[in-house]
Ligand binder design. Structure first.
Ligand code: GDP
Length: 350
């Protein structure tokens, strides 16, 4: 070997960063959000939350709610690219003897992961014994009706321009929106979207959120969505803590890739988290050095799940996390990811 060709090899090696290096670079430059930006966004969300608490207590003192709180990836260090959204959780209080929950698989809709909340004892406790009876549709608590109650309040009777000028933000409800969302411009070039998310915590700890089934045919309208978010993110974090692993980094890189590639925008955090949880069951090496291998393996696993049309939830395998995708979407996602297998770095060139 001549000195010249060695130099060339080295040059080429240097120029062609490995997938591993590219992933970490992508993480640093694109995925990870500066902590100052996260803090400002959290502050804006908190200001809005405080205003809403005051308003609701004053305006509707008898509405049975537990204290509202903020949640989502912005609070778990799992938000990526820009600090631009959060959920405002609004926990409703239901009387235990008046409402019961029925798992989706025991209903004619047969959809595990969704629930009906049925009004009980109407003969002894007639309509309007419970505050939330006003949101009852056909004997069930309707998430849509609950959202409408808040929609009327938040979009209709709160003077957002006035509150915004006090807080020095521009706040306006987003219309139309399938959930109830506030757009908060808190700096000239920074916007935050805050989703209102009414929530029921059932006696056994099951969390149900008022987020409609995406392919909501009319018969799906009364379904509440079970939330696994708290359990799945804490499981992922616990695994990383046990072995100093890179699962959360892998998740964030994958989330950013899906956020920035329109062809992958249908994949959400919950699906990616569960795919990684499942991969963790058969793959032990999650050291920082293995990020590229695990990322590639995650892509392959997703292609496999898409081919099968099924991604079981790690916390309840009966739940198919792809059940709200159309066949065409499944095909398109599968195709995009399949093509990426031979050039995963292409996903990072955005
Ligand atoms: P990201 O928005 O992709 O960064 O992911 P998040 O982990 O913040 O998830 C937010 C999404 O999960 C929203 O669409 C929520 O409607 C939904 N979600 C389901 N359950 C929960 C929950 O318990 N808390 C929050 N904050 N969001 C939930």
């Amino acid at each position: 070997r001549t000195a010249g060709s060695t130099e060339e090899d080295m040059l080429r090696a240097r120029m062609r960063l490995s997938l591993q290096e590219h992933l970490w670079e992508f993480y640093q430059t694109t995925v990870n959000i500066p902590s100052e930006e996260q803090a400002t966004a959290r502050r804006a969300a908190l200001d809005i939350c405080a205003e809403l608490r005051v308003f609701l207590h004053a305006k509707l003192p008898d509405m049975p709610l537990r204290e509202m709180y903020l949640s989502g990836s912005l609070y778990d260090e799992l938000q990526v690219v820009t600090a631009d959204h959060a959920q405002l959780m609004v926990p409703l209080i239901l009387e235990k003897n008046l409402w019961s929950s029925i798992p989706g698989e025991d209903t004619i809709m047969n959809v595990p992961g969704f629930w009906l909340v049925r009004r009980e004892n109407l003969e002894y406790f007639p309509r309007n014994s419970s505050y939330w009876d006003r949101c009852m549709v056909g004997g069930y608590l309707s998430p849509k009706a609950v959202l409408e109650v808040f929609d009327k309040l938040v979009a209709g009777s709160i003077n957002w321009p006035a509150i915004g000028s006090v807080l020095d933000y521009i706040i306006r409800p987003v219309v139309p929106s399938e959930t109830l969302t506030l757009e908060v411009q808190y700096e000239t070039d920074r916007k935050l979207y805050v989703d209102f998310l009414p929530l029921l915590v059932m006696e056994d700890g099951t969390s149900l959120i008022a987020k409609p089934h995406r392919l909501a045919a009319e018969r799906h309208e009364n379904l509440w969505r079970q939330s696994f978010r708290v359990a799945e993110t804490s499981r992922l974090r616990a695994l990383d803590q046990e072995d100093g692993g890179c699962r959360c980094t892998c998740l964030k890189v994958a989330k950013a890739v899906c956020k920035l590639n329109p062809a992958l925008s249908r994949l959400n955090s919950s699906q990616l988290t569960n795919a990684i949880l499942m991969l963790s069951e058969k793959e032990g090496d999650w050291t920082q050095e293995a990020l590229a291998d695990r990322f590639h393996q995650l892509l392959r696993a997703l292609v496999g799940h898409l081919e099968a049309g099924r991604l079981p939830c790690a916390l309840n395998p009966k739940v198919n996390l792809f059940c709200e995708l159309t066949e065409q979407e499944v095909d398109e996602l599968g195709y995009t990811l399949y093509c990426a297998l031979s050039d995963p770095e292409g996903l990072l060139r955005i």
